[in-house]
Write a protein that binds this ligand. Sequence first.
Ligand SMILES: [Cu+2]
Length: 362
Amino acid sequence: MVRLLLLLSILLFSINISAMSTAIGHGPIGLMADHFHKKGEWMISLRVSNMEMKKNTLDGKNISDIEVLNQPNPSFKMSSMNDMPMMEMSSMKMPKNLSVIPRKMTMRMIMLGAMYAPSDKITLMGMAMFNEKEMELDTYRGMMNRNYLGSFETSSSDLSKISLSALFNLHESESSRWHLIGGLEKSIGENTKKGMVLTPMNTNTSITLPYGMQPSDKALRLLTGVTNVTKINNFVLGNQIFFRKSIEEEDWNFGDEFEYNLWFQGSFNDNISYSLRLNYLDTDSINGKNENIMAPVQTANPRNYGGEILNIGIGFNFITNFLPGKHSDRLAIEYIIPIDQDKSGLQMKNEAKFIIGFQKSL
Ligand SMILES: [Cu+2]
């Protein structure tokens, strides 16, 4: 009898920890590679996210529009060295100071994912990311009285990147599991997209959009990470370290990233769980440059990228039955708010990010 109870409890525990059928079995939806699968299992997922940026900071401190207009324009030196650096710049004489101020940026992302476990030890994961970026900017006269001239908007959208990773199950017990993550991510979107801008000379011209507005940087990145999930009574405590390092790049690329996630989950019942996540992201500045990206705006300077951000995320996972099949499906949401940001140089501030995701095991 005791043996039977023991067996039963082990069985119950192991069902709970692999827990594909309870809401708490998966981490917060903003995480990638938080769980692995059992041999033969398939899962497809769709995530949609929306994030905004507003206001500006200089080396992590708030800065007013007037102060932005007093910042030197790094493209000025370059353009005065050669008389007419680029054809596209000929209609845009470079002012000495920054003259275009980003007011708002919106980034939307659609991520399609698939997971498949050829064995209990390995889960393969593929992802495709589509992104859409929009920026609203104000243009001021480049010299003299610095009058406000007007606003304009630039945008880009493209299939941005694809990735293929493997998750290696290192250890799995009743109360804890560990897995290693290794993968490659290729940025495939356009990296020289052009857009119409309002210049400080009050003319409209087409230029190569600044780095942050490009759908991709064409780099190949190595993804590595470790995830640990521990079960404490009916709660889950998760940890993940993640590195994204570029190993092959073109003339410029976004900086390498280090990410740390710490999350806590509890459940109301088998079908609804809640999560609280701390997310730390440290990104390097842009490496290299594109000689055609030259404009009196902060985003045209490769040094005005990267920095440290600490976010807090509040999320919910739900078990649902939208699609037929032998497994139920999952719906999850997460709201992510920056609580501390120290971005390099002159950059816009992150605002809240919202992620909604749908997952289906097959
Ligand atoms: Cu999965």
